[in-house]
Design a protein around this ligand. Structure first.
Ligand code: NOJ
Length: 454
């Protein structure tokens, strides 16, 4: 892939930036309910207003145009389109995304739509058990079809889902994400229905002329701690439990063999018809990537990282120990800055899913600086952006990986889920009191990266 058609972009998600949670007919979603439950979110923050992007999208498009990005990845709020998740369409929701899409195209920015970035219409949780039920997958395909028909004349790049790993493990295993379920079995059931939902939606997609469709799954890189074969196997298996779990089904029609072996009958099975439907159901793969850990079969003596959250799955199923290099600098989320990890990760995806183009659909860095007078000077994030984009270019130019774009997370500070407004990922500072936007040093650093690659 040459740099000629490479898309440098930025990414956001509806629930994290839009606000207007009760406006123009939007229905409630599970994150509205979760965040309004006291004690679930840092400082009891909610996304009721967030960056007020619903009203300020024109200003935000202008900031993207100044930055020089060629692509914008955003998500559609399902409950703005279908307030109950199913049934009646809300025209005001369609109108909003039409305004946004037309505004982007007028500035020469290519829209990349994610259909689902975790904000499940609450009715589907209450009435249908959300992702624990196959009916939610069917409703998703109907919702997706409404979007393809409404926007597919102008939007040609689509992603069904964002980070299904988080919906499964954080939402149904650990319970720190909506809908807040705690279980060792449900993550596998939820993931199964999410994969099927992707397949059903892609069937609808391929009945029309809407461009290309993929999925944005996340994965941290796993580097073997030593050269020993058992550590190499541990790293490989950890990647299969993380990215492979949610991606193998939508490319090959089956879960990784190591998962079937280890998880046993807690891992649901696809029927032969479902396998056929899922096989080849991605035209490209998205990769959301944030950090790297070492993996080993035995517990290392030092620098061990514990817990499911850092593990990429249910830890006793994986039988892998993770550790860090004490030299790695952590971001304020505690995620280590390891630029070479994204290069290796891209090579891993490219080797496993041969022939599929890849987009880095998210990569970014949190710094929790809430003071408008100092937040502008985010040298740490500016260095992060320079380091990671250089590693992506190495994968593209030196390793021959077919990576076609990079979307920095995020355009602007926003509602960081369980961490509320305490964690800031933006290239642009958002003053959540006044809604003032202030581009940071990282915004200008990224602008330079884009210019230099033109
Ligand atoms: C992954 C998610 O897709 C996004 O919503 C989140 O804000 C970032 N990573 C940072 O945690």
């Amino acid at each position: 892939m040459s740099n000629e058609n490479f898309i440098w972009g930025v990414a956001t998600a509806a629930h994290q930036i839009e606000g207007a949670w009760l406006e123009d007919g939007k229905g409630l979603n599970t994150w509205d309910v979760f965040a309004h439950t006291p004690g679930k979110i840092k400082n009891n923050d909610t996304a009721a207003v967030a960056c007020d992007h619903y009203h300020r999208y024109e200003e935000d498009i202008e900031l993207m145009a100044q930055l020089g990005v060629k692509g914008y990845r955003f998500s559609i709020a399902w409950s703005r389109i279908l307030p109950q998740g199913k049934g009646e369409v809300n025209q005001a929701g369609i109108d909003f995304y039409n305004r946004l899409i037309d505004g982007l195209l007028a500035k020469g920015i290519t829209p990349f739509i994610t259909l689902y970035h975790w904000d499940l219409p609450a009715t589907l949780q209450f009435e249908d058990d959300g992702w624990l039920s196959y009916s939610t997958a069917e409703y998703f395909a109907e919702y997706a079809d409404v979007c393809f028909k409404a926007f597919g004349d102008r939007v040609k790049h689509w992603m069904t889902f964002n980070e299904n790993w988080c919906s499964a493990v954080l939402g149904h295993g650990i319970g720190c994400f909506a809908p807040g379920r705690v279980s060792r079995t449900e993550p596998y059931i939820a993931a199964h229905n999410l994969c099927l939902a992707h397949g059903l939606a892609v069937q609808k997609f391929r009945q029309g002329d809407y461009g290309v469709v993929g999925i944005a799954n996340n994965c941290d890189f796993r580097e073997p701690l030593t050269d020993k074969p058992e550590d190499k196997a541990a790293a490989q298996e950890a990647l299969e439990f993380f990215y492979g779990w949610l991606t193998d089904p939508v490319v090959f029609g089956e879960y990784p063999a190591i998962m079937r072996e280890r998880v046993g009958d807690r891992l649901p099975e696809f029927t032969p018809e479902q396998k056929e439907m899922l096989k080849g159901s991605c035209d490209f793969l998205g990769l959301n990537h944030y950090t790297t850990h070492y993996a080993s079969r035995e517990k290392p003596e030092a620098n061990v990282i514990g817990g499911d959250e850092g593990n990429g799955g249910i830890d006793e199923d994986q039988q892998v120990f993770l550790s860090k290099d004490p030299e790695w600098a952590p971001t304020s989320m505690g995620w280590f800055v390891v630029p070479w990890g994204i290069r290796k990760m891209l090579n891993w995806v490219s080797d496993r899913y041969k022939g599929l183009p890849i987009y880095v659909t998210e990569n970014g860095c949190s710094v929790n600086d809430n003071d408008p007078s100092t937040a502008k000077h985010d040298g740490f994030r500016a260095d992060f952006v320079r380091g990671y984009t250089a590693a992506v270019k190495q994968a593209r130019d030196e390793d021959g990986v077919d990576v076609r774009g990079y979307f920095c997370w995020s355009l602007i500070d926003n509602f960081e889920w369980t961490r509320g407004y305490d964690m800031r990922f933006g290239l642009i500072f958002c003053n959540f009191e006044t809604q003032e936007r202030i581009p940071k040093d990282s915004y200008y650093a990224y602008q330079e990266v884009i210019k230099a690659d033109a």
